[in-house]
Write a protein that binds this ligand. Structure first.
Ligand SMILES: [Zn+2]
Length: 453
């Protein structure tokens, strides 16, 4: 029997469709949903009991640097310049296997908190992509480029940006047709890459039919500098370079410059990753998500790196995305729980092209998550969508299915050795940190002259 079922659960098929005491089934052979509707009969051996469970579409992390998770907590509470310097000092010491250790740690955390797919910009090679495939997650992977001559990860690889651009199509070809892996170009940002490199990437992306993932308009300073240097905003500069002629996935867009930038972001082939926790932690600002929704900008949610977030739990992003927009707009309906949930599912899924929809429907990929809703913090649950927006924690996730394969089964990771991954990560962090000067945490003088923190 290749069909697996969840029987008697509350099923949030998408942010606008909730089925109670319902059943969902999928084929382990095809990896697709085979049934969604009323319970057809009692659970059989191998099926999952749905009592006390909510089933949701698998979450999509629309912007990560998964290989950076060894930097979690390394540089908190600092001004952006100091933060960048400390992060960079750590990064240049990371070997390729340190980056792999970070990737494995991130994947364990993502699966545990209900993420099934992630759009990532960091160092990628065939071995790291094979690691994602073995773990069973979906990835849109872009190797970061910081300029033609720049070597981004010197301890990991001597590759320059020019070399990365040359080998990206070959890496994509190696994984062409793979169910789980997609490869993209990853020009880091206009201020690191410049207009000519971006135009070159646009030509290469068109020639090889590959998407592009880039950071745009993360800080007000970046926009101001671009206006002074280029006479236009970073988003307009990316458009002039032709990057939005094909699939363009934009991280941040915290500071679109007027209506023209919003219109560019609303382009049919453009998707945006809103990263509210990272933007708040680094003091970058708050993206105008109500304007994105009003203008039809396809918006997903991303955690960004563990250096600028500390958590890969997308339920934190869902709640923050809903709340921070209300505070800024002074409007409790500015972003609804349903809007934020749609971003974390359908919105992010669009960055993966036609492959994913981020909703549960017969014929769609069986990418789904079971949540335990029996804990005190989850009781009662009058509205499952609002519950997912405000009360759910990643730790409530009990089961994760991607393409019909169970990656988390009853709270146990099936594809990753969690203990070994944690021990390896800790040893590598200790080695790298020993090479770096010891830094205290930022403190603040209070009025009586003592210090806090
Ligand atoms: Zn980023």
């Amino acid at each position: 029997m290749s069909e697996v079922r969840v029987v008697g659960a509350t099923i949030v098929a998408d942010s606008a469709r909730v089925l109670r005491d319902a059943e969902i089934g999928w084929s382990a052979a095809t990896g697709r949903v085979s049934y969604l509707g009323p319970v057809r009969g009692p659970a059989r051996p191998g099926d999952l009991a749905g009592a006390g469970r909510v089933v949701v579409p698998g979450l999509v992390n629309a912007h990560t640097h998964a290989g950076m998770s060894l930097l979690r907590g390394y540089s908190d509470d600092e001004p952006l310049d100091a933060w960048l310097g400390h992060i960079r000092a750590f990064e240049v010491r990371m070997t390729r296997d340190d980056i792999r250790a970070g990737l494995l740690l991130s994947m364990a955390e993502m699966i545990r908190s209900g993420t099934v797919a992630f759009a990532d910009m960091y160092l990628w090679d065939a071995g790291l992509l094979a690691d994602v495939r073995e773990a069973g997650l979906r990835v849109l992977a872009a190797t970061a480029v910081f300029g033609y001559e720049a070597v981004a990860y010197p301890a990991a690889t001597p590759e320059t940006g020019a070399r990365v651009l040359d080998r990206t199509p070959a890496l994509a070809a190696e994984f062409a047709g793979d169910e789980l892996v997609q490869v993209a170009f990853g020009p880091h940002a206009p201020y690191t890459c410049g207009p000519e490199l971006m135009a070159d990437v646009a030509r290469r992306a068109a020639a090889h039919d590959l998407p592009v993932h880039i950071h745009l308009a993360e800080t007000a300073g970046e926009v101001q500098e671009s206006l002074e240097r280029n006479g236009c905003s970073p988003i307009a500069l990316a458009h002039r370079a032709g990057l939005d002629a094909g699939r363009l996935h934009v991280a941040h867009a915290v500071h679109p410059h007027g209506d023209e930038d919003l219109a560019l972001l609303a382009g049919a082939a453009v998707t945006v990753a809103h990263c509210p926790v990272s933007n708040l932690k680094l003091g970058a600002g708050v993206a105008p998500v109500p304007d994105f929704l009003a203008r039809g900008v396809t918006t997903g949610l991303g955690t960004d790196s563990m250096a600028s977030n500390n958590s890969a739990d997308l339920f934190e992003e869902i709640k923050t995305a809903a709340l921070v927009a209300r505070g800024v707009r002074r409007d409790p309906t500015a972003v609804l729980a349903a809007d934020a949930l749609a971003m974390a599912t359908r919105g992010g899924a669009r960055a993966f092209g036609d492959r994913l929809t981020g909703r549960l429907e017969v014929g769609e990929p069986a990418d789904l998550v079971l949540l335990d809703v029996t804990a005190p913090h989850a009781t009662p649950m009058p509205d499952p969508v609002a519950h997912l927006g405000y009360a759910t924690r990643g730790a409530d996730v009990t089961d994760v299915v991607v393409a019909g394969r169970r990656l988390l089964a009853g709270g146990r990771l099936t594809t990753l050795d969690e203990d070994a991954i944690r021990a390896d990560a800790a040893a590598r962090v200790a080695r790298i940190a020993a090479e770096l000067p010891v830094r205290g945490r930022a403190t603040r003088k209070v009025q009586d002259g003592t210090t806090l923190g």
